[in-house]
Write a protein that binds this ligand. Structure first.
Ligand SMILES: Nc1nc2c(c(=O)[nH]1)N[C@H]1C(S)=C(S)[C@@H](COP(=O)(O)OP(=O)(O)OC[C@H]3O[C@@H](n4cnc5c(=O)[nH]c(N)nc54)[C@H](O)[C@@H]3O)O[C@H]1N2
Ligand SMILES: Nc1nc2c(c(=O)[nH]1)N[C@H]1C(S)=C(S)[C@@H](COP(=O)(O)OP(=O)(O)OC[C@H]3O[C@@H](n4cnc5c(=O)[nH]c(N)nc54)[C@H](O)[C@@H]3O)O[C@H]1N2
Ligand SMILES: [Mo]
Length: 674
């Protein structure tokens, strides 16, 4: 028996260091690493049992080809030799007959290791395939934030230890950033207040001192209302504004030109509550705001993070004082991911397809997509408008390859399924985006069955396709060595000596993070006139396209948000809940209007599709708002839909992100339970 450290590969800000106990070649136990400053010795409930997934009977052990109809999920085992032959023949034929852009790669965050995340990029560039715009998660939030704050490193989470007020804004930290919570607990022991700003009382709000129930998409109005009160009461940090920022006057003029009532009504809160929050902020210069991506998943989502960045700056939270700060995504190391992608192999720039619009791409792109190559993603469940994605995947003339660890909702539509290793079987490097550490990892166990990593898949495929560029001859070690010099913030010592697997390396940028007094030649920009045509230069209330569409509101009276729950990581672990509908929270007023009681099966629907869930009638949500947590898989019988049958392919105001939390729907009771 021995122990070995690795890093959790899941897409989560915490990027935990995990201690695996290995006995007889099998992982028998996983624990959080007490030496990692953010993991602090504990794991979330999903990852404590992750080894059961790694060693599950459901693992795909060999390449397989489809024998039934698309969607049936019937496959037969083939050899890797046959798999390579099929791949090379089909990819060559598709390029000859339809051009290289007929190939669309589709990948996201099944594995956040830098090597494996980007492993396909050089191959697809060399083939000159359509490029995938990977916008499904946080591009809107980040684009909004960066417009005013720049790409500077943001306030480290440890700063909250000295805070008097901690705000979780649009983030369900107890579920999605659980290792932030010990900091909150410690600060509260010292007397700090912890508040949550969220449309519903999520698990984090339940544990907080107060919950401000903003309306979905109402954050811009809320933050501007707060700014108006604070500016007029002379409670903003004048010194920071004068010395370390520019453009505040434009914003001040806009605030003065609008009545407080305008912002109050846009926020969904009462004026009394807004003033309470303004008072809390002005009484607590040591405020730390943890900003989530949840508030950016609507058509004005980037504007929300823009406004919160501006509010934080006006409060002086970026002047380096103890206990003050705001964190959306740490930017702990400055990276140049292009080094991993080998863009120069492409020759020409091929067309870009937004991953949020996969449904559209598969059913209507011109020239058409003829091959979809999926790895590290489960698009049938996670991409919006699943109905259209499914119609695309059903196309007989589409050749679909899925490289996966176990059969998912998407593999059912594959022509070729290839076995993928898990991170426990790979080398990689990982960077946390909710803290300031990075780590190297080595395999904990050998590959299971005939599984290969993303990296080995694309290196081998490239050579079989006759690509002999230097990039395709690198091993993982060499790929990492190409990359590391492009990583700013990496301690010099790291490059010179061996660092053990899973050990945390703290970024050199940690000391200056979140502190404009220490950024060279950088000012916080409250107003950015030259950003992009059509984008307001300073924060401004602008309506959400679907939620605030009056014609739609008449037909579909309720709003729906679809945030994660604690059992799933996006759709990963869906295999543990096959056939599960998931719950939908509904306010008692809406429930009684529709004759719905708790535990009734209800159908939620709109023009895009429908999804059946079990009702939970509760004051945790607000009137007019349904909350459906968790992306459960569509079941093996194709009748059972997923939550993304209801979500739209509309994109955000900046960053071209997904709008998973902006949906108009209707709801009806299906049957009474005994
Ligand atoms: N257990 C678990 N952890 C996860 C994930 C998971 O699926 N499960 N997913 C991971 C991934 S990929 C990501 S990107 C992160 C995402 O994690 P978060 O940053 O927490 O984002 P979301 O979970 O989308 O939403 C967070 C909260 O935003 C709220 N929200 C929705 N609309 C609005 C709004 O208009 N305003 C405000 N103020 N709040 C709003 C939702 O109600 C929800 O409570 O979590 C990661 N961690
Ligand atoms: N309704 C709704 N939809 C959402 C969201 C939401 O809040 N609401 N959140 C969105 C967000 S923030 C995100 S980030 C996306 C996430 O979307 P995805 O990145 O697709 O995430 P997962 O559902 O976790 O699927 C990852 C798949 O990759 C596989 N995998 C893991 N590691 C590897 C590997 O090394 N190689 C290969 N080949 N496969 C691997 C896993 O088995 C899993 O099936 O979902 C989005 N979809
Ligand atoms: Mo995400």
């Amino acid at each position: 028996m021995h122990k070995k450290k690795t890093i959790c590969p899941l897409d989560c800000p915490d990027a935990c260091s995990v201690i695996a106990t290995v006995d007889g070649g099998l992982i028998t136990r996983l624990d959080g690493d007490p030496e990692h400053p953010f993991t602090q010795g504990f794991l979330c409930k999903k990852v404590r049992t992750y080894h059961h997934r790694v060693q599950s009977d459901d693992r795909i052990l060999f390449p397989q080809k489809r024998v039934g109809r698309k969607g049936d999920g019937r496959f037969e085992r083939i050899s890797w030799d046959e798999a390579w032959t099929i791949l090379v023949d089909r990819l060559t034929e598709i390029r000859e007959q339809h051009g290289s852009e007929a190939l669309l790669p589709y990948s996201y965050a099944g594995n956040m290791g830098k090597v494996n995340f980007h492993a396909g990029d050089p191959f697809f560039n060399r083939y000159a395939a359509s490029r995938l715009n990977r916008t499904i998660c946080s591009t809107a939030a980040k684009a909004g934030w960066a417009m005013h704050y720049g790409a500077n490193p943001q306030s480290p989470p440890e700063k909250s230890l000295d805070s008097d007020l901690i705000i979780a804004w649009g983030i369900n930290a107890k579920v999605t950033n659980i290792h932030f919570m010990p900091f909150v607990v410690q600060a509260r022991r010292r007397g700090a207040r912890f508040i949550v700003i969220d449309p519903y009382e999520n698990l984090t709000a339940e544990a907080a001192d107060d919950h401000f129930r903003v309306k979905p998409g109402g954050d811009t109005a809320l933050a501007l209302g707060l700014l108006k009160i604070l500016t007029e009461d002379k409670k903003i940090d004048q010194e920071f504004v004068e010395q370390y920022s520019e453009g505040f006057d434009d914003l001040r003029e806009y605030l003065a030109a609008n009545h407080l009532e305008f912002f109050v009504s846009g926020s969904g809160l009462s004026e009394v509550r807004l003033r309470e929050l303004a008072e809390l902020l002005s009484n607590n210069p040591k405020t730390y705001i943890r900003v989530g991506v949840g508030l950016s998943r609507n058509t004005q989502g980037a504007m929300s993070t823009r406004t919160i960045a501006c509010l934080s700056a006006a409060l002086g939270l970026f002047d380096g004082k103890a206990g003050a700060g705001a964190l959306l995504s740490s930017n702990s190391f400055k990276l140049d991911d292009r080094v991993m992608s080998f863009a120069e192999l492409a020759g020409k720039e091929s067309r870009m397809i937004n991953m949020v619009r996969l449904g559209e791409a598969l059913t209507g792109a011109s020239p058409p997509v003829k091959c979809l190559f999926v790895y590290s993603s489960n698009p049938l469940s996670v991409a919006p408008d699943s109905n259209q994605v499914r119609r695309g995947l059903e196309r007989e003339d589409l050749f679909t390859v899925v490289h996966e660890q176990l059969h998912t909702s998407t593999t059912r539509y594959a022509d070729l399924v290839l076995p993928a290793t898990t991170s426990f079987e790979n080398d990689d490097i990982y960077l946390g985006y909710g803290h300031f550490c990075m780590s190297r990892t080595e395999p904990v166990i050998p590959p299971v069955g005939e599984a290969i990593s993303n990296f080995d898949l694309f290196q081998t495929l490239a050579r079989k396709m006759g690509y002999f560029d230097a990039a395709f001859h690198q091993n993982v070690e060499e790929r990492i060595s190409t990359y590391l010099p492009a990583v700013a913030g990496l301690p010099e010592a790291y490059l010179q000596k061996d660092v053990p697997s899973g050990k945390a390396i703290l970024s050199d940028l940690h000391g200056i993070a979140g502190d404009f007094t220490r950024f060279e030649n950088q000012k916080f920009r409250f107003s950015v006139p030259d950003a992009k045509p059509g984008v307001p230069s300073h924060p401004k209330v602008t309506p959400c396209r679907e939620l605030e569409n009056p014609a739609l509101a008449e037909k579909y009276p309720l709003a729906l948000i679809t945030p994660p729950n604690g059992d799933l990581l996006n759709s990963t672990f869906g295999e543990r809940f096959k056939g599960e509908t998931g719950k939908v929270l509904i306010h008692p007023d809406d429930a009684s209007a529709a004759g719905i009681s708790s535990d009734d099966l209800v159908e939620i629907s709109n023009d895009r599709g429908s999804n059946i869930r079990r009702a939970s009638v509760t004051h945790k949500t607000q009137p007019g708002l349904l909350v459906a947590e968790g992306i459960y898989w569509q079941s093996d019988c194709s009748e059972q839909t997923g939550i993304n049958d209801l979500t739209s392919q509309e994109i955000t105001d900046l960053g071209e992100g997904g709008t998973f939390h902006e949906n108009r729907v209707a709801v009806r009771r299906l049957m009474k339970t005994e």
